[in-house]
Design a protein around this ligand. Structure first.
Ligand code: SF4
Length: 378
């Protein structure tokens, strides 16, 4: 399964193929570096930050409550709700009542949530209407996600997340976009690893790098497949264009279209970014937006160029982080001070010692490449 994009001006050709999960795990164990959107964005935000945080896994954030990354935790918990909601639609699809299909979905859900949580979700009474039943089922996933309120964050509370998720369900059911199920493929929380090859016209060189990620939903819209990306946002998403415009050319969205095309072996040119505002606005239904994004082959070529440019920047400084450029315009991104300001303020000769003393905090989307996840992915 692969797709090819060509830069008509330069003749550069990009071939993108799906790496099976078991092979990816083996490569990971053998030290292969995989790039995901977060890592590459960090490199482009500031090479020093990207290399310290995502290559050396260093952090200066203290291990206490105030060090919680509430936006990430809240997003993660809500994603459990979204995944459960998608699973519910499959389990309750009137056209798919056959035992084999139902058992496949049950087994997929069990692998995703673990036996105990899945059992709890399955025990939720289903004696109400369709939307209410789905909400109750998915709320159990939200409540068992491990999220707990932080007194210093009054926006991202369980109660606000519940309200946003309930409003999201109404919008979700209006959209009529069934989950795509094709052979062994179930379009919910789809992990992927792509091999990206760049070939030059004069064939003097070939570059290979690996991109990985996870698609929240692969669904059917009309007669074609779309990729769906859920987003939670603390900003108003309905009243300004700023939120929508963030996805107009987003490399993250393009990457999902590229991955969807490779996974399904046919072009996937459209994506829905499904935004949920937390806390929801006064009119809760204004807090959910499904933004349609379209990608052309030209966008995919640009994505490949962005990918290799970012990988090149990473490779240039991974072994010599004290020589990575300091993009000082990023030191107070999102209006909070970068955790590495003390490191960056130190003389270069002291920085290696400083590096040794920093705490390690490693996370990668490939963490899900465990035996269980691999079974769940195929
Ligand atoms: S403090 Fe500034 S220069 Fe240093 S890593 Fe952070 S963003 Fe980059």
């Amino acid at each position: 399964m692969s797709v090819i994009y060509t830069n008509e001006d330069t003749g550069e050709r990009y071939t993108i193929s799906v790496v099976p999960m078991d092979k990816a795990l083996e490569m990971k164990q053998n030290g292969q570096v995989f790039y995901d959107y977060t890592k590459l964005t960090a490199i482009n935000t500031c090479p020093t930050y990207g290399v310290l945080r995502y290559a050396h896994h260093k952090t200066e954030i203290p291990l206490n409550t105030s060090g919680r990354k509430m936006a990430l935790e809240c997003g993660h918990a809500c994603h459990e709700f979204y995944a459960a909601l998608r699973l519910w639609t499959l389990l309750n699809d009137p056209n798919r009542r056959d035992l084999y299909f139902q058992e496949r979905v049950m087994s997929y859900g069990k692998k995703m949530f673990g036996e105990e949580r899945w059992e709890s979700m399955g025990s939720i009474p289903q004696d109400s209407d369709r939307i209410n039943n789905a909400q109750l089922f998915a709320l159990d996933a939200l409540h068992s996600s491990g999220f707990y309120d932080d007194p210093s964050d009054r926006k991202r509370t369980m109660s606000n997340m519940e309200a946003a998720c309930l409003a999201y369900t109404h919008r979700y059911f209006q959209s009529e976009m069934p989950i795509l199920v094709q052979d062994d493929f179930i379009g919910i929380e789809v992990p992927f690893v792509l091999e990206v090859i760049r070939e030059y016209t004069n064939a003097t060189r070939t570059d290979i790098a690996y991109y990985c990620g996870r698609i929240d939903g692969v669904q059917t819209w009309g007669d074609h497949a779309v990729v769906c990306e859920n987003k939670t946002s603390g900003m108003s998403i309905a009243s300004s264009n700023a939120w929508r415009m963030a996805f107009a050319i987003s490399n993250q969205v393009t990457g999902y279209c590229v991955a969807g095309s490779a996974l399904l072996d046919r072009p996937v040119t459209q994506a829905f970014v499904m935004g949920s505002q937390i806390p929801p606005p006064r009119n809760v239904f204004d807090g959910t937006i499904f933004e349609l994004c379209t990608r052309t082959d030209s966008d995919c070529v640009r994505w490949c160029e962005w990918f290799f440019k970012s990988v090149g920047e990473y490779e240039a400084y991974v072994a010599r982080p004290t020589y990575a450029p300091r993009y000082s315009h990023s030191c107070n991104r999102y209006f909070s001070a970068c955790e590495f300001i003390p490191f960056c303020s130190s003389p270069r000769e002291d920085q290696l010692m400083y590096l040794e003393e920093m705490r390690i905090d490693e996370w990668s989307p490939l963490d899900h490449l465990t035996e269980t996840a691999i079974e769940g992915a195929v």
